[in-house]
Design a protein around this ligand. Structure first.
Ligand SMILES: Nc1ncnc2c1ncn2[C@@H]1O[C@H](COP(=O)(O)OP(=O)(O)OP(=O)(O)O)[C@@H](O)[C@H]1O
Ligand SMILES: [Mg+2]
Length: 417
């Protein structure tokens, strides 16, 4: 057996090999094998340096791969959100955890209404949203989802866009497009902001809102009655373009309930329609929204609430009554320094609004007719009868079924209408 070949000639080694040989090896650990292999490749300081780099590099590489993987997943969600938004498809369902995250734990509260609180939020794509955290609605989870799906199919330039929703047990939320100029009430009822919007802009807002309601009434697959048209529910986008908010919410809450009890609970004082209070005026129909629209327009023209117990003159306490008399008698409406064009717009808005707030629903125009009135020549508009009567009527809380009255002819306008 040869212990070492050092000092042996090539011939002697050859002869020894010719005699035959056997191989043996020791079992070595994986680590020592790694050292052996690496050590064979790199010797000295360079080798240790490379080993160190490998030991530090591999975990870093792993962290990077995991990070990239998770970002890849997120950006896929961004794309889904963007796609659903741009193609006007159904709203996205979010988990409550996601809703909490997008609102930074409900940090920035925008306001509170009859259905719950509204918070500002941001989607992963950077898009700003308003999240309405609902007080629990009467409907079960599945009813809520069905309603949301139908609301989510409604798309119009003058109706707020529902981006998504969340339903997790009793937690329910709706995620809307954020409207950067907030709600109309914050402009027209605020001392410092009320002159932000000129008459032309106000007139455009009135037209936009009329278009939005007309769409809800007859432009989409199902008729949606809003039942809560008021300045707080008119949201203004970047260019003060108006969008109607909270449509469909009445329905969401009305599951298994009658319209009357819903509105008695949810409706807003000052905007409740007469037929809700007085029976024998006719059933509740889309004309209820027409009435609230008329009240809204008068508040926009007056840039004040219609009922103001603190008005300077007692005659001004109920603005619609005061403005009707002035207009009827051809008196100055005390609306400041206005041009002739602005006078025309104001006159159109007031006359149309007075048609809308007629006591009998059958005397009110449809929203489609309202639009025609606003877009017509002012000379063709006739002043309606004064809509405020002493009401010799019985009060009622009875439920009337939704009526689709076809009684436009009673609107006493010129032949064009
Ligand atoms: N999409 C939105 N973008 C920006 N602000 C919003 C949005 N939705 C709601 N807000 C703000 O949140 C406030 C509260 O809205 P919310 O609808 O809860 O109450 P409301 O309109 O005053 O009453 P109601 O419950 O009768 O609708 C609004 O007045 C508005 O300023
Ligand atoms: Mg609202």
């Amino acid at each position: 057996m040869v212990k070492s070949i050092s000092g042996m000639s090539t011939l002697a080694i050859y002869n020894k090999l010719f005699d035959g040989f056997y191989l043996s090896w020791h079992k070595i650990s994986l680590l020592s094998h790694l050292y052996f292999v690496l050590g064979a490749c790199f010797s000295g300081i360079t080798g240790y340096f490379i080993i160190l780099r490998l030991l530090l590099g591999i975990p870093c590489l792993l962290v990077l791969v995991i990070y990239k993987w998770s970002r890849r997943h997120l950006s896929m969600d961004d794309k889904i959100e963007e796609f659903l938004q741009s193609h006007n498809l159904t709203p996205i369902r979010y988990s409550f955890k996601e809703v909490k995250k997008m609102s930074k734990n409900f940090k920035d509260k925008l306001g509170e209404g009859g259905y719950g609180s509204v918070f500002k939020g941001k989607l992963r794509s950077g898009h700003h949203v308003a999240i309405k955290l609902l007080c629990t609605s009467k409907g079960k989870g599945q009813d809520f989802i069905n309603e949301v799906a139908s609301i989510g199919r409604i798309h119009h330039a003058n109706v707020t866009k529902l981006i998504g929703f969340c339903v997790e047990g009793s937690k329910q939320a709706l995620v809307y497009d954020f409207m950067s100029n907030g709600s109309l009430d914050k402009i027209i009822f605020s001392e410092e902001n009320r002159n932000t919007l000129g008459w032309k802009k106000l007139f455009d807002i009135v037209i936009g809102v009329a278009r939005g309601i007309d769409y809800l009434h007859q432009g989409c697959d199902m008729q949606i009655l809003h039942f809560d048209i008021k300045p707080h529910n008119i949201l203004l986008g970047a260019n003060f373009n108006p969008r109607i908010s909270d449509f469909g919410l009445a329905k969401l809450y009305a599951i298994d309930e009658s319209i009357v009890s819903l509105t008695a609970a949810r409706g807003t004082i000052g905007y409740i329609v007469p037929e809700l209070v007085y029976k024998n005026l006719g059933g509740i129909s889309y004309k209820a929204d027409v009435y609230s629209f008329g009240m809204l327009v008068l508040e926009m023209v007056g840039r004040r609430k219609n009922l103001n117990p603190f008005a300077n003159h007692t005659s001004q306490i109920y603005f619609p009554s005061w403005i009707y008399d002035r207009l009827d008698q051809g008196e100055d409406m005390e609306l400041g320094d206005i041009s002739d064009d602005e006078k025309v717009m104001i006159r159109k808005m007031i006359i149309t609004a007075f048609w809308c707030i007629q006591l009998l629903p059958s005397d009110r125009p449809s929203m489609n007719k309202v639009l025609k009135m606003l877009e017509s020549n002012v000379e063709l508009l006739k002043m309606p009868p004064k809509p405020f009567h002493q009401l010799p009527l019985e009060t009622s809380t009875e439920v009337h079924s939704c009526e689709n009255s076809n009684d436009e002819e009673s609107v006493l306008l010129h032949n064009q209408f």
